[in-house]
Design a protein around this ligand. Structure first.
Ligand SMILES: [Ca+2]
Ligand SMILES: [Ca+2]
Ligand SMILES: [Ca+2]
Length: 193
């Protein structure tokens, strides 16, 4: 019974550690800002890489809690259809970059597959793809100005922290299974005495 109580305490402690991780997160920002800006022609594409390791993210040590991107596009004419392809699993579709001097800012959060992609090595590939035009008068492209990736990261301690991925229910299940195994081994040892 004593070992079960201890296992329960350890589980609560681990759950508290996971829950408190988010509150001590720090932002790491990476900007891709070509100068001059990059024209993306009709049905063309442009790819680049965001790299969190430049800002101090250590894959396998630090934990990636969340990340978001914002991109500034510019345009002078036409009504375009395009998408952002982020990592392996995330596609964000949009229509018509504003034809004005301010450009237009597009912002979205990274979803689970892209977060995992980013957590594994600190890198994420982004492709901006021109798909179509919604006005038959125009076959028109637009212009990439810059992209900002903002990640919330909980710093780990090298050598003592498990792989830096987002806490998942599967992690808790694994932890529970390990603790159950510990309890089983303890009770077997007790019986042998
Ligand atoms: Ca255009
Ligand atoms: Ca436009
Ligand atoms: Ca630029």
């Amino acid at each position: 019974m004593k070992s079960l109580k201890r296992a329960g305490g350890a589980l609560l402690f681990a759950a508290a550690m996971l829950a408190s991780g988010a509150s001590s997160a720090i932002p790491i920002v990476h900007v891709v800002d070509p100068n001059p800006n990059v024209p993306i022609p009709y049905l063309g594409s442009y790819s680049y890489v965001h790299d969190l390791t430049v800002g101090g993210f250590v894959p396998g040590v630090d934990t990636l809690d969340s990340a978001s991107m914002s991109l500034l596009l510019r345009d002078d004419a036409g009504n375009e259809v395009f998408q952002f392809e982020v990592g392996l699993g995330q596609v964000q579709g949009f229509q018509n970059v504003n034809n004005g001097s301010q450009g237009e800012l597009y912002a979205f959060a990274l979803t689970a597959p892209s977060l995992l992609d980013l957590a594994l090595d600190g890198l994420i590939n982004v492709t901006i793809r021109s798909l179509a035009h919604s006005n038959s008068q125009f076959q028109t492209g637009f212009i990439f100005d810059h992209s900002t990736l903002t990640a919330q990261v909980t710093k780990g301690v090298s050598g003592t922290s498990p792989a830096g991925v987002i806490p998942e229910p599967s992690m808790l299940l694994l932890l529970g299974a390990a603790l159950a195994g510990l309890g089983f081994a303890t009770s077997r040892r007790a019986r042998r005495k």
